[in-house]
Write a protein that binds this ligand. Structure first.
Ligand SMILES: C[S@@+](CC[C@H](N)C(=O)[O-])C[C@H]1O[C@@H](n2cnc3c(N)ncnc32)[C@H](O)[C@@H]1O
Length: 241
């Protein structure tokens, strides 16, 4: 018997993406100020352990670019993307203000709403063309963004990430895995997928779970959420993850 997919109860179509991105656009400076207060020490240790200088890294949902700048500072070549033009503007402001890395080590920023529009059956070249690059990525990083995707949007996003990754590449995702789901008062939509739900979606595109962190408690008090960072490895569990 085929196992039913582990679909979260909270579901939404393309409209939830539009509403969520519109909220990030409208409140970009407010959210950015809040994210500036976060120093994700555990995440940075995990990135440092898995990203090697010279690695080509794609970030999805980069927000203010905090992790993109960190990755660039440890020697990665970073293409940082976000669906919100206003969040990208906040990232650019911080890029100019902080100037933390040498010019050749600065991240490149680009607007990309998830799920990306691409012809899935045309494979990697088509996926990379969406990003305007030809070289596949050693790693894809998605911190605090996948929870904003409905089940319908998550599947093509996972397929896109798998397509742009090299063989043995890794995807590092931080997600709330015990979130009640649905729309919050400020207009952003959250999925209620447990970690097994993400494992199922990414597993279906040959991104196998290599590591799941211990839970960390984060989020505003009215929606306590247990966050985890999951590392998925493309094709094989043999490698550097
Ligand atoms: C909670 S913030 C996290 C930002 C950053 N990664 C961090 O950890 O500080 C979520 C980010 O995802 C972006 N985002 C939300 N939905 C998106 C979508 N469908 N496509 C692309 N970006 C999206 C938002 O614009 C926002 O910058």
């Amino acid at each position: 018997m085929t196992k039913a997919p582990l679909k979260g109860k909270a579901s939404g179509g393309a409209a939830v993406t539009d509403t969520t991105l519109a909220t990030y656009d409208a409140r970009a400076s407010r959210y950015a100020a809040r994210y500036d207060e976060v120093v994700p020490a555990r995440l940075q240790a995990l990135l440092r352990a898995r990203i090697t200088p010279g690695d080509h890294v794609l970030e999805l949902g980069c927000g203010t670019g905090r992790d993109a700048r960190f990755l660039a500072s440890i020697g990665a070549k970073v293409l940082a993307t976000d669906g919100s033009a206003w969040m990208l503007r906040e990232a650019e402001i911080r890029e100019i203000r902080e100037r933390t890395s040498e010019p050749e080590r600065r991240p490149t920023y680009r607007q990309l709403a998830l799920p990306p529009e691409w012809e899935e059956d045309r494979g990697r070249a088509a996926a990379l063309a969406v990003l305007g690059v030809t070289e596949p990525f050693d790693a894809v990083v998605a911190v605090g963004v996948l929870q904003h995707l409905s089940w319908e949007a998550l599947r093509p996003t996972a397929a896109f990430a798998a397509a742009v990754l090299k063989h043995n590449g890794i995807l590092i995702a931080s997600v709330p895995t015990k979130h009640p789901g649905a729309k919050t008062s400020d207009g952003r939509w959250y999925s209620d997928l447990p970690v097994e739900g993400y494992e199922e979606v990414f597993g279906a595109v040959s991104l196998r779970t290599a590591y799941v962190s211990e839970p960390e408690l984060e989020g505003p008090k009215e929606t306590p959420a247990e966050w985890r960072t999951v590392v998925f490895a493309k094709d094989s569990l043999v490698g550097r993850h």
